[in-house]
Design a protein. Sequence first.
Length: 208
Amino acid sequence: MTKLSIVHKVSTQEKVVAFTFDDGPHPLYTKQVLDIFRDVNGKATFFMIGQEMDAYEEIAREVHAAGHEIANHTFSHPDLTKLKLEEVRTELQQADEKIRHLTGKPVLNFRPPYFSVNEDILALAGEFGYTAIGTVNGGAKDWEQPGVDYILDHTRPTIDHGSILIFHDGYGERAQTIEAVKILVDELHHEGYRFLTVSELLHLTNHS
């Protein structure tokens, strides 16, 4: 059952994490992310913006074909709390339809832009059957391009079994993010972590 809260981490004894990427797809950076996870036989979750999927549909199809999860990050990336509820519904619906068209699958997860939500928006997400997804490493602020070391230093302490991590592959220059993700994935892979989609992670905790 969908809870009226944002999930930042799940409870599990297994060495698993979920890497998530917001604001794509992007023709350069999304492909680089796919390469990183292909090398470790891992999966990630891409919270895509509907407008970006319209612009780079083939990239979105590549993400799906590689076995990654595509989740809803709205159609145009507004602050949902500043919209009327029917406008929020339209934002979710348009992105949902786009993802279903590309994947042929129902959309299971949603991340509000800027993590800006209220009870009404969470309830609406629940109507769509979504789980609202947060993160444990918001302090890394990779979207501000604070430097690779800063991203690493503010992500490493948050990593634990079941952590959900946020990064960005769209909307601007993301070279720092890609470099940081490469390093983290390599470290965690050598520590024996597996890389799951958000849905896989949620399913694991629901059945552990």
